[in-house]
Design a protein around this ligand. Structure first.
Ligand code: SAH
Ligand code: AVI
Length: 306
């Protein structure tokens, strides 16, 4: 299926949905960066704190001459903490779907770390893609997947993604992953309903992106942001709710969206430590080390192959 066929198929389901990967055009990546600075959005600063606090141990576990392969690298902000502490690093491979943003971040990383080989890959990591051959053979591969981006995937797809990472890690490789934890739902709901409205704008930008890139004609004035924590599923469910009946034309197909009907744009799963360990184990990983903040909001986990 082509991308546009996938989008149309999602809009034809009983519950309309669009993949969260379409948040990230250039503006979407900028809006996400803005989200990470909001007082309500605890994940980024908390993960940063965990990384800074434990960086010596993390760098020792990773060891020398590693190839660091980062999935969904965005602005590579947390990666800098790693890059500053890794010993004699072989190569950094940031992988992201948001092309301009990735290439600009890679340019900045090269300027800050002139001795580091930086090989950015523009790709949708849920599909097959080719990793570049490093010019120097690394001693091991480290898959870096921060931000709890794993939580944006439904359970079955998250498991498949972890399996791909298991294979990419290779025989003596490992994975360092950021995993957001279950907690008081009001803290979570606030993080996705910020008072400045940046998350709402980020959500709506998806339709702007589709209109520009795929020629759809969503009326951008009729949508309201909704983010709710579903406690039994352990996830935030983010939707765009249509306030006026409208027909949307996309790729020769007409989609009727009723007044009050929603489009599911994102899940953001929150895990228990046991729940994540079980999922990682299903993909072949053993959780070797878990670091958390004092409030147990977020975790960074080091996983080796079983
Ligand atoms: N790792 C950063 C950014 C997280 S935002 C952090 O922790 O702050 C999620 C990132 O993943 C974005 O940069 C987005 O462009 C990228 N992304 C989302 N879905 C993707 C996909 N299917 N393939 C590749 N990149 C994807
Ligand atoms: C990238 N991802 C982990 C973010 C999250 O928290 O699920 C995306 C996001 N959506 C709304 N705010 C942030």
């Amino acid at each position: 299926m082509t991308e546009i066929q996938e989008i149309v198929a999602g809009l034809q389901q009983d519950e309309k949905m669009i993949s969260p990967k379409y948040f990230y055009d250039e503006r979407g990546s900028q809006l996400f960066d803005e989200i990470t600075t909001l007082p309500e959005y605890y994940p980024t600063e908390t993960e940063f704190g965990i990384m800074r606090e434990n960086i010596t141990e993390i760098a020792t576990l990773i060891g020398p001459q590693a190839s660091l392969i980062e999935y969904g690298s965005g602005s590579s902000r947390k990666t800098r903490v790693l890059l500053e502490h890794l010993n004699d690093q072989a190569v950094y491979v940031p992988v992201d779907i948001s092309e301009e943003h990735l290439l600009e971040s890679a340019r900045q990383i090269r300027a800050e770390f002139p001795d580091l080989e930086v090989l950015p890959v523009v790709a949708d990591f849920t599909k097959r893609f080719q990793l570049p051959d490093p010019p120097v053979m690394p001693l091991r591969n480290i898959i870096y997947f921060p931000g709890s981006t794993i939580g944006n995937f439904a359970h079955a797809i998250a498991c498949e993604l972890l399996e791909v990472m298991y294979h990419e890690a290779g025989e003596n490789g490992a994975m360092l992953i950021g995993v957001d934890l279950q907690k008081d739902p009001s803290i979570i709901e606030r993080a996705y309903n910020d008072s400045a409205g940046v998350t709402a704008e980020f959500n709506l930008n998806m339709l702007r992106h589709l209109n520009r890139e795929f020629g759809s004609d969503f009326d951008l004035d009729c949508w309201k942001h909704k983010a709710q924590y579903n406690q039994s599923e352990g996830r935030v469910e983010i939707r765009l709710i249509n306030e006026e009946q409208q027909t949307v034309n996309i790729d020769g197909t007409t989609i009727v969206v009723k007044r009050g009907e929603g489009i599911l744009t994102e899940y953001s799963h929150k895990y228990t430590l046991e729940g994540f360990a079980e999922m990682a184990q299903g993909a072949g990983f053993k959780v070797e080390r878990v670091w958390t903040d004092t409030n147990n909001l977020f975790s960074v986990q080091y996983c080796t192959r079983l």
